[in-house]
Write a protein that binds this ligand. Structure first.
Ligand SMILES: Cc1cc2nc3c(=O)[nH]c(=O)nc-3n(C[C@H](O)[C@H](O)[C@H](O)COP(=O)(O)OP(=O)(O)OC[C@H]3O[C@@H](n4cnc5c(N)ncnc54)[C@H](O)[C@@H]3O)c2cc1C
Length: 414
């Protein structure tokens, strides 16, 4: 049974209105498709998120998606440095990159999408499909029919369960503490010795990295920017992680705890650990960060990205550890591959088959490589159900060369 897609009569529903869903919707709109985005959050996500790296492949897709690429897209950084615990420099590497805030990209992608296409407060609760269409049911009792559903509903995707019932998130054995601090709050030492760089420091089996990003209202003006950091720390699943995920009422949140529910004593212990383990410039960043939060680090791979009239993309399909800084770039690549497949094939199954072949391969490469980069932080045997993947502590040179840097060979295989 074939189903022919056509720009004049087919409709596409994108579920999940974060960066992946927004990039896909903008690309699809510009290619002439009738697209609507359904996001479960009740209000704009703009005030959320922290920092991310703009890889050159992401920049190219953003431009195609209608985002104006000018100096407001992010902060240009030329050099990487590694600091030792005493604050001295262990090494440096010239590596120009653009760093931005998640909210900057969200804001620009929302602006690029034509009015009336983005629907908040639409939590998908059920998906049914037949030979002709897919029916989406939402928490508010409404239903929508579409020719195609593209699910960009993130790491806890419910649509993924329909396609890959056995795919599960594997906890990597460590968490990422994160936060952002206003440039205006920093001392002269932190401003001169850390702020202008992507900085790293490597306590045993840990890693902190940071970089400047746009500040309030997406400002990239000196004095108005922020410094974003990610600090990876081992946290055995059944002891430390469980404690971190338990709020002050005693309730444990296995899928991730909302930042306001993290117990004050956990925050206090983290600030103390920063002073004990990190160079003073980084300890100051952690200390000055008002809203410290953490996310457990997960791996996720899928065997199927499509079924009938349904496809998944972005973090719904593959979750790579953040060490390649590829989350948003991979989502953008998925979106681009999806639109290209629809352009090249009128037949639904052929189009989705082409999309799946190219992105399964790419997703596997990125998740495998990110696993390798993070292996040295898996110091507990319960990290992977008894399997220990403990790697060697890397040198500053290796860290500066490999972290947040995509492999050219990934793109050659597409
Ligand atoms: C608020 C927020 C802040 C983030 N901040 C950062 C950051 O600072 N740095 C970084 O590197 N990455 C960040 N990420 C993750 C980053 O966006 C992703 O790794 C990457 O861009 C791929 O995104 P995605 O769109 O596939 O998934 P996600 O970004 O995870 O988005 C999934 C979206 O789907 C929505 N959704 C989930 N279930 C349903 C449902 N049933 N019905 C409707 N909608 C649903 C969610 O509310 C969410 O908006 C953030 C994600 C979110 C949601």
């Amino acid at each position: 049974m074939t189903f022919t897609l056509s720009r004049t009569s087919s409709t596409i529903a994108v579920v999940g209105g974060s960066l992946g869903g927004l990039i896909a919707a903008n690309l699809l709109c510009r290619a002439g498709w009738d697209v609507h985005v359904y996001e479960k959050a009740a209000s704009d996500l703009e005030s959320r998120g922290a920092g991310l790296v703009i890889q050159s492949e992401l920049l190219a897709v953003l431009a195609e998606a209608g985002v104006l690429i000018d100096e407001t897209i992010g902060v240009n950084i030329k050099e990487r440095i590694t600091l030792l615990q005493d604050g001295s420099k262990a090494g440096a590497l010239q590596y120009p990159q653009i760093y931005t805030a998640w909210s900057t990209l969200y804001h620009k992608l929302r602006q690029a999408l034509p009015a009336g296409r983005y629907h908040l407060n639409k939590e998908l609760t059920r998906v049914e499909q037949d030979q002709q269409a897919v029916t989406l049911s939402f928490e508010d009792g409404t239903e929508v029919q579409a020719s195609l559903l593209l699910a960009a509903d993130g790491v806890h995707s419910s649509v993924r369960h329909l396609l890959n019932p056995t795919a599960t998130l594997e906890y990597a054995g460590y968490v990422a503490w994160r936060g952002m601090v206003e440039e205006s709050l920093l001392s002269t030492r932190a401003l001169t010795e850390l702020f202008p760089y992507i900085g790293f420091s490597l306590p045993p089996h840990e890693q902190i990295l940071g970089y400047p990003v746009p500040g309030a209202d997406q400002s990239v003006c000196p004095g108005e920017r922020r410094y974003n950091f990610v600090w990876y720390r081992p946290a055995p699943k059944d002891t430390v992680l469980r404690d971190l995920l338990t709020d002050s009422t005693g309730k444990t949140w296995p899928e991730g705890i909302a930042p306001p529910l993290i117990r004050p004593e956990i925050i206090e212990q983290t600030r103390l650990a920063a002073h004990a383990l990190l160079p003073p410039q980084f300890a100051e960043i952690v200390d000055q960060t008002e809203h410290l939060f953490f996310q457990p680090v997960f791996d996720l791979s899928c065997d199927r990205l499509v079924s009938g009239h349904v496809a998944i993309m972005g973090d719904a399909a593959f979750v790579a550890r953040p060490h390649c800084a590829m989350g948003t770039t991979k989502a953008a690549g998925d979106a681009k591959a999806f639109v290209t497949a629809l352009q090249n094939h009128n037949d639904l199954q052929q189009a989705l088959g082409a999309y799946e072949r190219s992105r399964l391969r790419f997703g596997r490469m990125v998740t495998d490589y990110a696993r390798e980069l993070g292996a040295y932080m898996q110091v507990h045997s319960d990290a992977l159900d008894g399997r220990v993947m403990q790697g060697h502590q890397p040198t500053p040179e290796a860290i500066m060369r490999d972290i947040g840097v995509p492999l050219a060979s990934w793109y050659e295989t597409i």
